[in-house]
Structure formats: structure tokens, C-alpha cells
Design a binder for this molecule. Structure first.
Ligand SMILES: Cc1ncc(COP(=O)(O)O)c(C=O)c1O
Length: 447
């Protein structure tokens, strides 16, 4: 308990702060004590569109894209659509000069519908079907990433014109973290292990196919990587591999895609990747590795997803009940939960939540924010501080929910998925409407 908790009378004079670094940069409290996003009061958004609702600050997304373009002026930056893809988001990021990484026919369709130039799309997927490859080829996507040996023949049968491909390799770099997000280590399902017989065979088979052009090598090391040195190491290993391919096959690879995984802060004090530092480290690693192997500098590509959209998103929930379990925790139950935020159950992610409809002046206590769904693991935030006078009807806002929330959402318990509401310059508009019971029933064909 802090001094302010013990002496509540000290508190009214102290304006509550929204922790910088985890909220959209222009999020603030207005004179009535409400949080505003994009200069729209969250209470107005909740009244108009209901809760739970994902709010997305357009200016924040665009600013993040610009920061990447500035840090990597010569690199190809693919926004990883799996983090959050709607037609509007695809439009924003491509208008800001980013390309798009898609990993399914559905994501491809969203990007194409948004008018993204197919040449600026890279198609991923671990286990792409014939239909998926065909859709990519038909659309004329700029790059397809080969993830397995069997994909090479499958893709080749679809082609009647040259197709540039990248080969995804796992460089054996352990970035630590939750096992579900360590994708650069050898023992996992993505890509082929660098230096393995399968990787060598993949190179041979791709080069054998007259319509496949092996343009680049690809790796993705994992998620929430805050140490940029891991990317430097990936560059060193992949340039060595490129030099080996040139020596053994006389084929010059011209692109190096180091994937995404750039860490963002979810709570105050969390480590995040410094993009300027990453730029320096990649630059130095490329210079050194290319000099060492006398290899021409390839075009650098990367695929940030979370780092572009996470901080632009805030989820709004209505408090449904506050329950103090004797001798145990106080549970604040809200009208959303694991259906709109799977990351807590999936990776043990941690979030902050704040009261958004009024300025909290009084004492606080430690509570657990629980979801409304029929799973004991449906928890949104454990052991966070919220006002003692929190009550049903209050609005809670959870920051840093722009990435892997809408895209991972579900309709468990037959509860429709929340809408995505964009805010900008004092206006709110619906990008994706709430899923209704009619939507859910429409898929159920019956007996
Ligand atoms: C191949 C690939 N690229 C990019 C990303 C984006 O990662 P992040 O959103 O952490 O930047 C992922 C995420 O899983 C991925 O698998």
C-alpha cells in the first residue's frame, strides 16, 4: 500500500497519469476526467458502439509506420497482417509506404480488397494448401515464402510465369521467452533448420525449378524480442548461408528478410526494442558479414506486426460486478475476456487496466480483472490496482491491445466478437462491426 492509498485526502490534487509508452501518444484525460483517444471520449465510444470494443488510434498506427520508414529508409518493411488486419489498416500502412505480409487466403483477400499492390505482398504460411498457393500466384504476389520441401513441387505446378520466393530457415537463435513464441530455434514447426540436409535440398530443388526464382532467405526469430543483437546474429548466419549457396550453386541471393518480433511494452517498465538501435546493429552486421564473405549487400526486409499496431489499440470493457471473495482475491468481472484477449491464457501475458469514465481520486486496492466466459483461466489482469469505489457500470480501458487481439478473437459461449472502432481528430468510426447473434446463427446450418 502506498502513502497515497493510506491518506486518500492527499489524492484529489494529483492528476492521474496515463503511463507513457503503453498508450497511444495523444491519449489523455479530459476536463471531465474521461480518457480520450484520438480526441474522442471513450465514454462516447462505449455509448455509441457498446462494450467490449477495440479502439484503434489511426494516427498512432501511421506514426509507427513512419518511424520504421525513417529508421530503415532502404529496407522493405512488410507489416505483418496477422497482428491486426482490416481493410482500413491495410490502407493506412500501405499509404505510409509499408508492404504487407499475409499468411492465408483470407488475409490476402483483405489486403487485395484494400487495394494493396500485389507486388508489395509477401505470402507466408506453414502448411499452405494448393488453393492458398494458387490464390497467391493468381493475385501476382511479389514474394512467396517456402516453408517446407513439399511446398516447392506444389507451388511449381501452379506457375506459368516466374515467381520470386524466399526460403524460410531457422537459424538456431534462442531469444528466450514463452515456448509458443520462440520460432527461431531448431525444434519447432516453422521453416527448415539452417545448415541441415533439408535446407540444402530445398535450395537445390528451388533452383531446379525454372519458374521459381530464389530471391531471398528468410527467418523469424520469435516474438517480443528486445535485444537487437539477436537480429545481428541472424544476419551473420544468413549471409554465411547465402555465400555458401553462391559458392555451391553459382546463384546470387539478393534479399534478406529478418522477420518480425520487435518487442513492445505492455506495462510500464516492460522492455521494448529500440528501432534506431536495431537499424544500427543490422547495418553493422550486414557490412561486416558481407565484407567477410565478399558478398554484395542484399536488400534488407523485415516484418514488424505488433510494433506497428499494439500501442494504437485500447480495449474498453464495462464492469459487471465487483466480488470480494473472503480470504481471497477481489474479482472485477467485465463484459469481455478471453474471447477478445486470448494472449493472457495463451502466453501468460500481463496487462494494465484503468478506470476510463471518471478520474479515480480515492484509495485503491489490488484486484483481479476477470472475463465473463465459462473458463477459470479467463482472466484479463491479475493483481492490479484499481479504485476501491469501482462499481458495476464503470468503464475499464486496457491499453496496448492493438496486436493479436482482434485477430485472435473468438466467439466462445456464442458471444459475438467486438467491433473495431477507429478514432482520429475527434471522430470515431466503425472499421469492423460487432458480430451479432444473427451472424453466429447464419453459419449454423442445422440438422
Ligand atoms: C513470419 C512472421 N513474420 C512476422 C511476424 C510478426 O511478428 P510481430 O508481430 O511480433 O512483429 C510473425 C509473427 O508470428 C511471423 O510469424
Amino acid at each position: 500500500m502506498t502513502l497515497l492509498d493510506m491518506i486518500p485526502s492527499l489524492q484529489p490534487g494529483i492528476p492521474p497519469r496515463l503511463s507513457p509508452g503503453i498508450w497511444p501518444r495523444d491519449a489523455r484525460y479530459d476536463s471531465e476526467g474521461r480518457i480520450t483517444l484520438g480526441r474522442v471520449a471513450v465514454t462516447d465510444i462505449a455509448d455509441r458502439y457498446g462494450t467490449p470494443a477495440y479502439v484503434l488510434d489511426e494516427a498512432e498506427v501511421r506514426a509507427r509506420c513512419r518511424a520504421y520508414r525513417k529508421a530503415f529508409p532502404r529496407a522493405r518493411i512488410y507489416y505483418a497482417g496477422k497482428a491486426l488486419l482490416t481493410k482500413a489498416v491495410a490502407e493506412w500502412v500501405s499509404a505510409e509506404g509499408l508492404s504487407i505480409d499475409v499468411c492465408s487466403t483470407g488475409e490476402l483477400a483483405v489486403a487485395l480488397t484494400a487495394g494493396v499492390d500485389p507486388q508489395r505482398i509477401i505470402l507466408h504460411g506453414t502448411g499452405k494448401s494448393r488453393d492458398e498457393l494458387e490464390a497467391g500466384v493468381r493475385a501476382g504476389v511479389g514474394r512467396i515464402v517456402i516453408d517446407s520441401l513439399s511446398e516447392i513441387a506444389l507451388l511449381s505446378t501452379q506457375l506459368n510465369r516466374p515467381q520470386a520466393v524466399l526460403l524460410r530457415l531457422t537459424p538456431g537463435i534462442d531469444v528466450h521467452g514463452h515456448p509458443a513464441v520462440r520460432t527461431g530455434v531448431l525444434d519447432q514447426k516453422f521453416g527448415l533448420p539452417l545448415g541441415s540436409a533439408d535446407a540444402a535440398e530445398a535450395v537445390r530443388r528451388i533452383l531446379e525449378q525454372p519458374l521459381l526464382q530464389l530471391a531471398g532467405l528468410h527467418c523469424h526469430l520469435g516474438s517480443q524480442i528486445y535485444d537487437p543483437d539477436h537480429y545481428g546474429e541472424a544476419v551473420r548466419r544468413l549471409i554465411a548461408e547465402m555465400a555458401w549457396i553462391r559458392r555451391d550453386h553459382g546463384h546470387l541471393i539478393t534479399e534478406l528478410d529478418v522477420g518480425g518480433g520487435h518487442a513492445v511494452a505492455y506495462r510500464p517498465g516492460d522492455a521494448e526494442l529500440n528501432v534506431a538501435e536495431l537499424a544500427d546493429i543490422l547495418d553493422d552486421a550486414l557490412d561486416a558479414a558481407c565484407a567477410r564473405h565478399r558478398f554484395p549487400r542484399p536488400v534488407l526486409a523485415m516484418e514488424p506486426g505488433r510494433a506497428i499496431v499494439a500501442r494504437a489499440g485500447v480495449t474498453l470493457y464495462r464492469v459487471m460486478s465487483v466480488k470480494q471473495v473472503e480470504g481471497a482475491s477481489t474479482f472485477v468481472t467485465v463484459d469481455g475476456g478471453m474471447n477478445d484477449n486470448l494472449r493472457v491464457a495463451l502466453y501468460g501475458a500481463h496487462y494494465e487496466a484503468v478506470v476510463a469514465n471518471r478520474r479515480p481520486h480515492g484509495p485503491q486496492r489490488t484486484v483481479t480483472v476477470a472475463g465473463r466466459y465459462c473458463e477459470a483461466g479467463d482472466i484479463l489482469a491479475r493483481d492490479i490496482r484499481l479504485p476501491v469505489d469501482l462499481h458495476p457500470g464503470d468503464l475499464l480501458a486496457v491499453p496496448c491491445t492493438g496486436a493479436y487481439h482482434h485477430s485472435l478473437s473468438a466467439s466462445y459461449n456464442c458471444v459475438g466478437r467486438p467491433p473495431v472502432i477507429a478514432v482520429r481528430d475527434g471522430y470515431a468510426r466503425e472499421l469492423v462491426r460487432r458480430e451479432t447473434i444473427a451472424d453466429l446463427l447464419a453459419r449454423d446450418i442445422g440438422g
